[in-house]
Design a protein around this ligand. Structure first.
Ligand code: ADP
Length: 431
């Protein structure tokens, strides 16, 4: 067993130590050892194809990436292989003074509105929520259980993807169906990507030197999964994902919003089973379903080459996105900042420009020179005359989980970091 909780004040990692962030999926474990104060990833990696004939492990430390391929029978073996990598390649986890393990859990249901320290009761409650997220919560739980066994000397903290949206007003969270059915089956809007929306909206305020309480914000998390949120004074008031991460924007392989009667039609008249409809909407829809391609880099090439399916796919994606921006403008009344984040939001200047085209009368525009290229730092991309700032702010869910884990253990009286400030904010600079 690796001794983790021995303080080593003289270590290269500083007196505040580090947090091991774990994201356990059905056949993978992503991990990152994070300095919660400085914000940097000390080491990171991923175990993939757990349970398959040939598994793989990629571990990055000190600028070097080590790859291994071995059969990895289960999550327990996967995490053991990760700990062996830390021992063999580094960094030494005892030296790194790991103060907590932070776990990402997708669905916190109506129960969890903030991070919690794992105990048997918490595990039981996450398990009870699992029917709401059958693809995500069970593998998240396996990861927590395995990590607790292998790393028993440190507190384990769960951070929920839904927690930031527990504040949604009832009018936004309630679906207009029979309320007894809804109550019995937990049918309501929970929202997802909350860790990212929370982190980015907070970061926007810090970068601008403003209090988050003063700002009305729209955050656009555009990755393979995509979601929009409206945040008033730091509090989430609306979000596009629903009871599951399927609702809302057009995504890489997910449909987003669709008339629910389409599902009835497909089951009743086309003979599709429940599982087939699930597969259709989650894996064979979105950009992929429309064009065969869900990576924006490839999609733009197809569009440039005149591919009609790709052109329509991009148009449908942008139309939906603009509709949400307009809707959230109405929800908030006044919008101070619109922020793009995640893989597409941070890297794709075409999507950013087209999403906000023609909105000058709302005080919204994108400056072509400021917008150009990929953004690794928080950047303002609107022209100076705009009443709404448009920004790109890279998300960092691992750091957000690490900081929330530290705050949670400190509130509970464990030893940990006490400094949660960001490093000096990068100038809200122009591109
Ligand atoms: P997720 O975490 O949901 O898997 P990410 O936030 O990592 O997704 O985003 C992945 C997506 O980002 C890719 O599918 C691709 O469409 C887009 N992307 C990544 N790099 C670029 C780039 N340089 N230009 C345009 N799009 C990019």
């Amino acid at each position: 067993m690796t001794p983790l909780s021995q303080p080593s004040p003289s270590s290269a990692f500083g007196a505040h130590g580090s947090v091991l962030v774990v994201n356990s999926g059905s056949s993978s474990i992503k991990y990152q050892l994070v300095n919660p104060v400085g914000g940097e990833a000390i080491a990171s990696g991923i175990v993939e194809r757990i349970g398959e004939e040939q598994g793989s492990l990629r571990h990055t430390f000190g600028g070097l990436t080590t790859r291994r391929t071995n059969p990895i029978a289960d999550h327990s073996e996967g995490l053991r292989a990760v700990l062996a990598m830390f021992e063999e390649i580094g960094p030494d986890l005892a030296q790194a003074h790991v103060v907590a393990v932070g776990h990402r859990v997708v669905h916190g249901g109506a129960v969890f509105g903030s991070p919690v320290i794992v105990d048997d009761e918490v595990i039981k409650q996450i398990d009870q929520i699992s029917p709401l997220a059958p693809l995500h919560n069970p593998p998240n739980l396996v990861g927590i259980q395995v990590a607790r066994e292998l790393l028993p000397d440190v507190p384990h903290v769960v951070v929920f993807d839904t927690a930031f949206f527990r504040t949604l007003p009832e009018a936004a969270a309630t679906y207009a169906i029979d309320r007894e059915v809804a109550a019995e089956h937990g049918v309501r809007r929970y929202g997802f990507h909350g860790t990212s929306h929370h982190y980015v909206s907070g970061k926007v305020a810090r970068v601008l030197g403003r209090r988050v309480e003063e700002l009305n914000q729209i955050v656009l998390h555009l990755g393979n999964g995509a979601s929009a949120s409206a945040v008033r004074g730091g509090v989430a008031v609306e979000t596009s994902m629903g009871m599951t991460p399927l609702e809302g924007l057009v995504m890489g392989t997910r449909s987003g919003d669709i008339d629910p009667a389409v599902l009835i039609h497909l089951q009743r008249n086309a003979g599709l089973s429940v599982d087939e409809v699930d597969d259709l909407l989650n894996r064979r829809s979105g950009l992929k379903g429309l064009s065969g391609e869900n990576d924006f880099r490839e999609l733009h090439e197809l569009v440039a080459a005149g591919d009609e399916d790709a052109t329509l796919a991009l148009d449908v994606y942008l139309h939906r996105l603009r509709k949400y921006i307009g809707a959230y403008h109405a929800v908030l009344g006044r919008v101070d900042v619109i922020t793009f984040t995640a893989g597409v939001g941070e890297n794709d200047d075409i999507v950013r420009a087209r999403a906000l085209e023609g909105l000058e009368s709302l005080g919204i525009a994108v400056d072509p020179a400021r917008n150009e290229g990929r953004k690794k730092e928080p950047t303002i991309i609107s022209p100076d005359w705009c009443s709404t700032l448009v920004m790109v702010v890279p998300t960092n869910e691992e750091l957000a989980i690490a900081r929330q884990a530290v705050a949670t253990i400190e509130a509970a009286g464990f030893e940990g970091s006490s400094d949660e400030s960001d490093p000096a904010p990068a100038a809200a600079g122009h591109a």
